[in-house]
Ligand binder design. Structure first.
Ligand code: ZN
Ligand code: ZN
Length: 153
């Protein structure tokens, strides 16, 4: 997914779920580490972690975008835009967004024991995919080359 496609996705989700336009910029920021995305209070831009897309796919990015757009619209309207604010929690529920800026888990992450991830490898191009849940490999294929996926380990 390119920055341009991300921008279009954010525009679309903003109109469809919030019935308001997104008038700022959305782009991928590879320097984001454990967080899936963030809303920048000063510039009003939305940054998305490219790993969220690589690891979890577009559905995950859509959830993150809905979450960040809750911060965005409430902030611009002068309402409670922080996680603890009632306005924020109400809007999250309304648009069915995840409660937190989702935390990315990678196989190399240390610290608390996390649920085991399923690792899939594309048979053709060797691209790795980590998933929290089991995939039906008959239904899903490689996002890069459409090759078949194989469960590792
Ligand atoms: Zn947040
Ligand atoms: Zn592939």
């Amino acid at each position: 997914m390119t920055n341009e496609e991300l921008q279009q996705l954010v525009n679309r989700i903003s109109l469809e779920n919030f019935h308001k336009p997104f008038l700022h910029q959305a782009y991928f920021n590879a320097r984001l580490r454990s967080t899936g995305g963030r809303y920048l209070l000063q510039s009003h831009h939305i940054e998305i972690n490219p790993k969220a897309f690589e690891i979890y796919g577009v559905r995950e990015v859509e959830g993150i975008v809905r979450h960040e757009l809750c911060h965005y619209h409430l902030h611009l309207e002068g309402k409670g835009y922080q996680h603890r604010d009632k306005d924020f929690r109400d809007l999250l529920k309304k648009v069915n967004a995840p409660r937190f800026c989702s935390t990315l888990q990678t196989s190399t992450s240390t610290g608390k024991k996390e649920r085991p991830l399923y690792t899939y490898r594309c048979v053709k191009c060797q691209q790795l995919y980590l998933r929290k849940i089991r995939l039906n490999v008959k239904k899903y294929c490689c996002g890069k080359c459409s090759g078949p996926l194989k469960l590792m380990q």
